[in-house]
Design a protein. Structure first.
Length: 562
């Protein structure tokens, strides 16, 4: 019975590893083990979005549909020289296009594009092969009224372009040409050490009549997957969900993938007085935030082939002739650093998506983060995490290892009994259970260490795969990135050796077939571990070494020889 249960438990663990392996394939942009390879979307040209403004469903009092095409600058507008304005702080290098006053490129100066790369990570970008931009504009109260939007020409007002030493903020101000007597003034505020950009928009009504504009903020992106690290299957860094997300009090965190939007199947809560919209990709995100209690309409849709937009629409109320009205929001463009995301807006930390493992992964990351605060190294933090977990379950594991040691001591007696009763299987099982009762051995006790490790192992896999804090994080020597595989397979080789040693310390199943399986299964697992993140292998290796030490001590105490 014990042998059967242990075999079943190892089988469950094997299936879990297989599912993680399939997840790793998906993360690295490779075909799933269970699905045909997806056909890559054709890249969208930057010009495709030049005049595209998504139509938002009418859902707020007095709201008007966003125009399908808005040549807002109009034929009568004066010609304004086109300019790409580059702003540089200590953490970002951002580019603002005067055609629409949109943020069209953000380079993250503290994050490498890939492990070992000298190039910086580029998140927002507008090029002939990729579109990912942050846009804002106004919508008139009637379908025919055109106001400044993200296709209108803007003029840059004089100011600094590089954050000066000793300065905490850098301000970029742009003013649109007048459209039907209305101007839009955009002010971007970039702060030192911050990926959250303040965006103030002031509606200046120089026309002869009052207006009731709506203001939209949106993120526009093509449907291409975020670029994975170079290399064949299993060799690159992880790559998770790429798509949109909407959060509000009514619907909570809602993911909207591009495929469902293209098929018209995406469902989400469209009206609330709080919330945000985001574009999410592995380790990074962009989001429009407005934390005040203001009615807003959420929209997400396909606006052109392989081009999608998500955003929010706000009623600004009446702006009388000769008057102005300002509206402030925050644009986040940066890494999914969990603690910083929590501070920016309620629920923004969910863009770091642990999936169904969240209930265990979130507290596990919290503990890892606290350990990192003490040790200043994510590798040693993982080692310390294992030590704490082993200490927490010390007595439970000790009980399991004592049971295994006793069973190892009983093996000669059980083998002899099996040989004598090999033609009477029912009586053999009865005698085996009798021996277990007499010796006070729990047949399933040795399974507990494996049972405890499975959920922690899966949750830690999610933490290592999803946490940008561990992306490109070194440990020692050759391990320069704990979130990807060991480049020289040293840790997996050591882990394999430790697993075989642990198997040798365990009692040998009386059944010869099961005995062989107990040696074969660790070798099969090791194949997968060779391609798992180095941090995950480090966790398992450390766990194995501590388990071996504890089991050896218990075997010695009980006088069990190997």
């Amino acid at each position: 019975m014990n042998d059967l249960r242990r075999t079943l438990l190892w089988s469950v663990f094997a299936v879990s590893l297989l599912m993680l392996w399939d997840g790793w394939l998906r993360h690295t942009g490779q075909p799933s083990l269970f699905e045909p390879a997806a056909v890559a979307s054709a890249p969208v040209s930057a010009a495709a979005s030049a005049g595209a403004v998504p139509a938002a469903a009418s859902g707020l009092p007095g709201s008007a549909a966003l125009p399908a095409v808005a040549a807002a600058s109009g034929a009568s507008a004066p010609a304004v020289p086109h300019e790409l304005v580059t702003i540089t702080t200590d953490v970002v290098k951002a580019t603002v296009d005067t055609d629409g006053g949109s943020l069209v490129k953000v380079e993250l100066l503290k994050h490498a594009a890939d492990a070992g790369s000298t190039d910086n990570m580029v998140l927002l970008d507008k090029s002939p092969t990729h579109t990912y931009v942050a846009e804002t504009g106004l919508v008139g109260q009637s379908a025919g009224q055109v106001l400044p939007n993200h296709t209108t020409a803007f003029t840059v007002l004089p100011g600094e372009r590089t954050l000066a030493a000793g300065s905490d903020a850098l301000v970029l101000k742009l003013e649109s040409v007048a459209v039907n007597g209305v101007k839009l003034v955009k002010t971007y505020t970039f702060k030192r050490g911050d990926y959250a950009i303040g965006v103030k928009q002031e509606v200046v009504n120089a026309s002869a009549a009052a207006i009731q504009p709506q203001l939209y903020v949106q993120l526009t992106r093509d449907g291409s997957e975020a670029k994975a690290a170079p290399g064949p299957a299993f060799m690159g860094g992880p790559q998770a969900y790429t798509g949109m997300a909407v959060f509000n009090a009514k619907g909570k965190y809602q993911k909207l993938d591009f495929k469902h939007l293209a098929e018209g199947k995406a469902e989400f809560e469209k009206n609330d007085d709080s919330g945000w919209v985001a574009m999410v990709q592995h380790h990074f995100a962009s989001a429009w935030l407005q934390n005040d209690k203001l009615p807003r309409e959420f929209f997400s849709k396909q606006i052109a082939p392989n081009l999608y937009a998500t955003g929010m629409l706000f009623n600004l109320g009446e702006v009388a002739a000769g008057q102005s009205k300002a509206f402030e929001a925050t644009l986040f463009v940066g890494p999914q650093e969990e603690n910083k995301l929590k501070a920016l807006a309620p629920g923004l930390e969910y863009t770091k998506d642990y999936g169904w493992t969240h209930i265990m992964a979130a507290p596990l990351f919290w503990l890892l983060d606290k350990l990192h605060g003490l040790l200043a190294n994510w590798g040693w933090s993982i080692v310390a995490l294992v030590v704490l977990l082993k200490a927490a379950f010390y007595w439970l594991n000790a009980s399991a290892y004592r049971s295994m040691a006793k069973m190892k001591a009983l093996n000669p007696r059980i083998q002899a009994m099996r040989e004598n009763l090999k033609d009477e299987p029912q009586k053999m099982q009865q005698e085996m259970l009798k021996i277990y009762r007499e010796e006070k051995v729990n047949p399933i006790g040795g399974c507990l260490p494996i049972l405890i490790q499975i959920p922690v192992f899966i949750a830690l896999y999610s933490v290592l795969s999803s946490s940008v804090e561990i992306r490109n994080a070194p440990w020692i020597g050759w391990i320069t990135d704990l979130s990807v595989k060991d480049p020289y397979f040293v840790l997996p080789a050591l882990m394999t050796a430790s697993t075989l040693l642990q198997t040798w310390l365990n009692p040998t199943p009386p059944d010869p077939v099961q005995a062989k399986m107990m040696w074969i299964m660790p070798l099969l697992f090791s194949v997968m571990f060779f391609f798992f993140p180095a941090g995950l292998v480090l966790y398992w290796l450390t766990n194995n070494l501590l388990s071996i030490a504890q089991q050896w001590m218990i075997n010695k105490q009980l006088g069990v020889t190997n």
